[in-house]
Design a protein. Structure first.
Length: 390
């Protein structure tokens, strides 16, 4: 399809100020999302927070329907929390592990997730095993199949690692998990909004995502999907009067849906904005977004690879909108600082974020440029000229 890039940029006010290649950090808000957030905050200021929320009930509830449509699940399988890490934690810490049981994860697993594994390992004696990569640098399906036994109680992996362009083969991982009847927790923080995500096709039991990255929603919003068959077996690590009902002096009842992982107080404007962001992405089409984003990233990799001293460090058989690189004679921090002076935004991925993968590759840090559909081919050229000049 022909992508209306002029409209996309016209509806993205930030495009007039910056060249934004930090969409894997936080995407630029489109105008409809910005209007939805600020409009509700104005109503809170004028009418009161509780009253504004009551008036906007339908807009708040819209986020559940929008997220369930995007992920191909039931609205009762969706929870909206403060961020993707909280979504992931609420599901993970609701699971029960015992000494000698095993958690299988990936070499490029994100630090927040791995720290949680380590904490549970200390307290319960569960064993953590990072599955080897294949020749493409992604999770080896053969190694995963060979690691399955009766002691494996969870497969938990990141779909798109923070420090590279690869897309792990989630559907193949899901096939193995379902065949062995093992819960599969997928961290889709970097993939939701960048590409089509179908939880039935992937076969995951839990999926977590954020609003602020490729969905271009507000910060402080996270999405939690839990398959309905699994919900009742998960006891949230904490409850309040939203997640549960106090039914008698000595008893309570937990909600039967994924909102049992939420809490009562939340960012109402953020929820409204997230729902608008999901609808906005759906309006462009996730497949169209994926094709354009991936095309821009491949052009960026090719042009960076032509610059003397630059090494593109991306792995994977399928690669996405995240492009990582190093440049001889300059640290990633040097590159980030120099580009910022030219109003160009990128991020730095340090070793501590994905220690297993970075140690294996002998890397201390990477410069990370992450493109989105509203970026342009001209911006790719301008970016590469700026990197060359660092």
């Amino acid at each position: 399809m022909t992508f209306d890039i002029a409209r996309a940029r016209r509806e993205t006010p930030g495009c007039e100020r910056v060249l934004h290649f930090n969409n894997a950090g936080a995407g630029l808000l489109p105008q409809p999302v910005l209007d939805a957030i600020t409009g509700h905050l104005e109503r809170e200021a004028l009418d009161g927070g509780y009253e504004a929320a009551a008036d906007a009930h339908a807009d708040v509830e819209r986020v559940y329907a929008a997220a369930s449509s995007m992920l191909n699940c039931a609205s009762g399988e969706i929870g909206i929390v403060e961020n993707a890490t909280r979504a992931w934690d609420m599901a993970f810490y609701a699971m029960r592990f015992s000494a000698g049981t095993r958690i299988l994860t990936a070499q490029a697993e994100y630090a927040s997730n791995y720290i949680a594994y380590l904490q549970v390992a200390r307290t319960t004696g569960v064993k953590i095993e990072a599955i080897a990569n294949d020749e493409h640098g992604q999770v080896s399906i053969e190694a995963l199949e060979n690691a399955i036994d009766d002691d494996v109680k969870l497969i938990s992996m990141t779909h798109v690692p923070t420090n590279g362009g690869l897309v792990n083969p989630a559907a193949e991982i899901g096939r193995i998990a379902r065949s062995a009847n093992i819960p599969f927790l997928l961290d889709a923080c970097q993939s939701v909004g960048q590409m089509p995500i179908d939880v039935e096709e992937i076969g995951c039991d839990v999926l977590t995502a954020t609003g602020r990255k490729y969905l271009r929603g507000p910060r402080g919003t996270g999405i939690l999907y839990v398959r309905s068959e699994l919900i009742e077996s998960l006891d949230p690590p904490f409850l309040d009067l939203h997640a549960a009902e106090w039914t008698a002096n000595g008893d309570y009842r937990i909600r039967p849906d994924t909102r049992r992982f939420e809490n009562w107080e939340g960012n109402v404007a953020g929820k409204i904005g997230l729902g608008v962001a999901i609808d906005y992405a759906a309006g462009w089409g996730l497949q169209a977004i994926w094709e354009r984003t991936r095309g821009l990233a491949e052009a960026l990799r090719a042009q960076l690879g032509d610059i003397a001293g630059v090494d593109v460090r991306d792995l994977g058989e399928t690669r996405c909108g995240i492009v990582t690189f190093t440049k001889e004679g300059s640290t990633p921090e040097d590159i980030q600082t120099a580009l910022a002076k030219r109003s160009i935004n990128i991020a730095v991925s340090p070793r501590k974020y994905t220690r297993l993968d970075m140690d294996a590759r002998g890397l201390d840090a990477l410069a990370r440029a992450s493109v989105h559909y509203y970026n342009t081919e001209e911006e790719v050229i301008r970016f590469c000229k700026a990197v060359e000049a660092v």
